[in-house]
Design a protein around this ligand. Sequence first.
Ligand code: DCP
Ligand code: MG
Ligand code: MN
Length: 337
Amino acid sequence: CAQASSSGTKNLNEHLTVPLEKLMNTHKSQGQEFRAMAYGKAISALRNFPKKIQRAEDVGSLRNIGGSILSKITEILENGTCQKVDNLCVDDEVNKAIALFCNIHGVSSKTAIKWASAKLRTLEELSTKVTLNRAQVIGLKHYHDFLDRIPRSEVEEIEKTVKGAALDLQKGLEIVTCGSYRRGKPTCGDVDILISHPDGKSHRNLFGPLLEKLRTSEFLTDDLSISEESSQKKYLGVCRLPKEDSKFRRLDIIVVPYCEFGCALLYFTGSAYFNRSMRAYAHKLSMTLSHHSLNRNVVRMKKVKISDGEPFPNLTTEKAIFECMGLPYREPADRDH
Ligand code: DCP
Ligand code: MG
Ligand code: MN
């Protein structure tokens, strides 16, 4: 960055200080304090030098400039650029592109790296030069909306819409908004809604008709994926409240049988980090914990599971799960770690 010298006079050696600052910052970011300091002193000396340096010999009279920095200055004076700085700029561009692409819903870091390595840099380039899958097309279409966090009040409006439609179809459903919302976060990345029925069977014919109803009312705008894993059905998609200026929001809906309600609620509330540590702890107790069940008497030999053990029956609450694992109950707000 172009800065005036500390004495207030103009920096006549920006052609040298700008690239050297890039190198200084790299050393700083890599924790190489002394290298960074050496660059800092050289930059300061160049900035305060009263004339524009055009030949390597001119640098000779400057103190504070050591051999390796001097060779970079010589290289810049001779070629107008320096290999090490050029490499940095390329890295910078690639990293920016990777970060940009990673933020598209449905794009893994592996894919983002592949595209950035193929010299793709912008979202516009992606849409014309790459074959995107269906979820990625939707992710790209709503790139900015999906990065925007959802305020709790809007999560509640979305919940109300889904609840209304579901209860219209089936009385007595238990509907809980999970994820970061249930953990009490002020804003949420998406809305995670869990649905079940205490009678153990009335959840069965809900999933399809509910999605159909929400599509007809134009609340659901895009489907990312619809899947069924044994008895649990999962919808990942996009919704939008019927208001002017309202944004497209990510919505996940899971419908589960009531006997799995506790484990599904615990899983879907998260955090993902908390889930991992609960699972690891279950292992220590010769148990397994999943979004379906908590099993005991699991037999493992050298980390390979030999017997699945048997599930605790009727784990319909989270408290029951904590109890079975001999743990004190933890409120959702305390489950970020
Ligand atoms: N989950 C998990 N492991 C994953 C993804 C999700 O255990 N790899 C569980 C824990 C999450 C919950 O599902 O809390 C919901 O997933 P989200 O991706 O919606 O995450 P959050 O709701 O916690 O955060 P955000 O505000 O980003 O949606
Ligand atoms: Mg969420
Ligand atoms: Mn989610």
